[in-house]
Design a protein around this ligand. Structure first.
Ligand SMILES: Nc1ncnc2c1ncn2[C@@H]1O[C@H](COP(=O)(O)OP(=O)(O)OP(=O)(O)O)[C@@H](O)[C@H]1O
Ligand SMILES: [Mg+2]
Length: 227
């Protein structure tokens, strides 16, 4: 297996934090191509902070982050946002779709920052990914006309549009009923079966059971990493 991401002794603290305690403490973590990983742990344990660092939305205070073999820690903000756009798809608990845009426009948006895709291809590509998530007929709807599960599938389509190596999902089923949550998980795991690496933060042990690897976090430290 090829290593996609390596975190070495990653630490994170926030200046405004109540007791100045580090939120992430010496995290060592390697993620290989094609893995499906669930990150579990109590509220406040540091799961979203860890995902934000993996997803290049935030940076460690100390430690090293390698994407492939490239040391990301020293890159500029602009270089990081370009890496994020090309290689990482994000999915959030509250979907984070742009309310004033149609479904199609939401899915097109990440391509506008990807110079490898020509504008003439935007619509056909977006429609093909929307068909993949079962929403071909919703292209022209706005998000408020969709159910939660449909909105999350639009968010998944948007995350997939630049064909990322890595999909990061923070509580993707947290706002969905059980059946809809299972459908969203089926979709995410089918992507993983096709080779996309998947990291899911979840409170749901059933969601975690469906992932190959579980990582448990407590007080900013990894307490379990295994099957
Ligand atoms: N921007 C910030 N500024 C200050 N403190 C922060 C910031 N972001 C997170 N924290 C603190 O870091 C700790 C971990 O937060 P984090 O959001 O990573 O937890 P979590 O495990 O995702 O919790 P939950 O399950 O509730 O989403 C918390 O104590 C939180 O208050
Ligand atoms: Mg969180």
């Amino acid at each position: 297996m090829n290593t996609l991401i390596a975190l070495n002794r990653v630490n994170k603290s926030f200046a405004q934090a109540a007791n100045n305690d580090a939120v992430l403490k010496d995290i060592d973590l390697t993620i290989d191509d094609g893995e499906s990983i669930a990150i579990l742990g109590p509220s406040g344990s540091g799961k979203s902070t860890l995902l934000s660092i993996i997803g290049l939305l935030d940076e460690p205070c100390k430690g090293e982050y390698l994407l492939r073999t490239e040391n990301v820690t020293s890159l500029t903000k602009k270089q990081k946002s370009q890496l994020r756009n090309r290689h990482i798809g994000w999915i959030f608990q509250n979907f984070n779709l742009i309310a004033s845009m149609t479904v199609l426009e939401n899915v097109i948006q990440p391509m506008r920052f990807n110079a490898d895709i020509k504008p003439a291809e935007y619509i056909a590509r977006a429609q093909s990914v929307l068909a993949q998530v079962g929403l071909a007929d919703k292209s022209n709807s706005t998000p408020d006309k969709l159910s939660g599960g449909q909105q999350q599938r639009v968010a998944i389509a948007r995350a997939l549009i630049n064909e990322p190596a890595l999909i990061l999902a923070d509580e993707p089923t947290g706002n969905l009923d059980q059946k809809t949550g299972e459908e969203v998980m089926n979709l995410l795991l089918s992507l993983s079966a096709q080779g996309t690496t998947l990291v899911i933060v979840t409170h749901d042990e059933n969601v975690a059971l469906r992932c190959q690897r579980k990582i448990r976090i407590l007080d900013g430290q990894v307490t379990y990493d295994g099957e």
